[in-house]
Design a protein around this ligand. Structure first.
Ligand SMILES: Nc1nc2c(ncn2[C@@H]2O[C@H](COP(=O)(O)OP(=O)(O)O)[C@@H](O)[C@H]2O)c(=O)[nH]1
Ligand SMILES: [Mg+2]
Length: 460
């Protein structure tokens, strides 16, 4: 690569996020593996419909391990090994933030200023330096905290803790809190116990599938494990009183502000503010499978994050992002878990779950926000039942050596779903032992379209 080449290379930062188990690791692994293994001469390819591939302009891609020395590298090699080994299995879950860089070489079209200038200089080939940042979506769920005071946040969290299935899980923590008044003198040991009981409560909620859980770092502290900034929790009985000096109330309020500044804002300034593109993975199907309460809870958690993305300059996020992110894609993952005829319905349901639709169902005019249903690694085949011709899936259940025909049932068309009227069942599928996965990339649903949307115009 010449110096001029390097100067003209386009560096693009792509954030990949989503709540835990939404499919981040699988998505990034599929994206990279498919690019690295792209056979530009193949007629059948997982990249078919990716414009630079179809136009014959994709030359190839390489990983660059030298790019990020101080942040954990995304465990690509491990994940690919798990997925394409003798006994293919899903990669181990990861926590916290990681990065990986892939350089994609392509032939320029000569369209657009940069491309035209480069082509005129005889540089007909370009390099897109794609920097992928994987971070937990739980950290996005913290965003609404930035526009709240400790008191209003406490109120909201307590109301939440006393409602629905949370009521049965919050008992120990609430009882503990009732033993002291906000005006009592601060006591760091007590604060630590309160925070730890609150964390147990959040974890119990997470285990039942609930996702609107704040502060996100209590569940996934990463590098903050044991840090003093995590020693607070919502506090009952605050009213409008100004906290007395040296009180528990005053100390918790100070920790809350530290959490806003040193955790939420710092994270966004350091990692998020530099992103150009963002994909948020949404596991609509698991939420649907888990029922009404989980579905509503995930919807609330994600639509508040979307709200922060969408409204640009009048949200707490705008000064953090500098409005650099020009495109956000919300992708409903694991679309290979529904029959072909239902994939558009999955997309529509996700759109409505995130409240990207107006009351009259017209798509809100939000430039740069889109919704898609995708499968990063497609583990099922579409087929039909012999007796009645109904669409079904053929896939491998965990532990099986052969495929089984399965009927997942239908995706609801109504919003909110009519919980009595539809049947959807989420079956677990294993990746298949198919050698072409190792050599040619992963079969998928709509990954090329996702790539067109996110990086297509940067490969002109
Ligand atoms: N069938 C299918 N399952 C998927 C796909 N992506 C993710 N999964 C499932 O979802 C689980 C969680 O995915 P993972 O990428 O580890 O989630 P993360 O926690 O967001 O990184 C995987 O272990 C798979 O069981 C997909 O494209 N197809
Ligand atoms: Mg992961």
């Amino acid at each position: 690569m010449t110096i001029l080449d390097d100067l003209l290379a386009r560096r693009l930062y792509l954030g990949v996020t989503g709540l835990s188990r939404s499919g981040k690791t699988v998505f990034i692994t599929s994206l990279i593996h498919t690019l690295l293994r792209a056979d530009t001469a193949a007629t059948i390819s997982p990249l078919r419909n990716f414009d630079p591939f179809d136009d014959g302009r994709l030359i190839g891609a390489v990983l660059r391990h030298d790019a990020n020395a101080t942040i954990p590298e995304f465990p690509y090699a491990q994940a690919v090994k798990a997925l394409t080994g003798e006994q293919p299995h899903w990669p181990e879950p990861t926590r916290g933030i990681s990065r990986i860089r892939v350089d994609i070489r392509y032939r320029r079209t000569g369209d657009g200023l940069r491309s035209a200038a480069a082509t005129r200089l005889g540089l007909t080939e370009g390099v897109l330096q794609l920097e992928i940042v994987d971070y937990p979506g739980e950290w996005l769920v913290d965003l609404p905290m930035l526009s709240q005071t400790f008191e209003s946040w406490s109120d909201a969290m307590l109301t939440q803790a006393r409602a629905g299935s949370r009521a049965a899980l919050s008992g120990d923590w609430l009882t503990f809190m009732d033993a002291r008044a906000p005006g009592d003198p601060h006591d760091e040991d007590w604060a630590e116990q309160a925070a730890s009981l609150y964390t147990d409560y959040l974890r119990a909620c997470a285990d039942t599938g609930l996702r609107y859980l704040q502060p996100g770092r209590f569940l996934n502290p990463a590098d903050l494990r044991g840090a003093a900034v995590l020693r607070f929790c919502p506090m009952p009985g605050l009213g409008g009183a100004t906290p007395a000096a040296g009180s528990l109330h005053e100390a918790f309020r100070a920790k809350f502000r530290d959490y806003q500044d040193k955790v939420v804002r710092t994270f966004f300034r350091r990692h998020f503010a530099g992103l150009d593109r963002q994909i948020v993975l949404v596991d609509t199907l698991t939420a649907l499978n888990e029922g009404r309460e989980v579905f509503a809870d995930m919807s609330a958690a994600l639509s508040s994050a979307l709200h922060s993305f969408r409204h640009g300059h009048n949200t707490p996020l705008s000064w953090l992002t500098g409005r650099r992110i020009s495109k956000v894609l919300f992708a409903a993952t694991k679309a290979d878990h529904v029959i072909r005829g239902d994939r558009l319905h999955l997309e529509n349901l996700t759109r409505r779950m995130l409240h990207v639709l107006d009351e009259d169902n017209a798509i809100k005019v939000a430039a740069g926000i889109d919704v898609a249903a995708v499968a990063a690694i497609r583990c099922t085949e579409d087929t039909r039942r012999a007796d009645n011709g109904r669409e079904i899936l053929l896939g491998r259940r965990p532990g099986d050596d052969t495929d089984t025909p399965l009927e997942p049932g239908a995706i609801p068309l109504d919003f909110p779903p009519d919980w009595e009227a539809f049947r959807y069942r989420y079956w677990d599928f294993q990746p298949r032992p198919d050698p072409s996965w190792r050599h040619g990339g992963f079969p998928n649903i709509r990954m090329p379209e996702v790539l067109n949307y996110l990086i297509g115009e940067d490969m002109r």
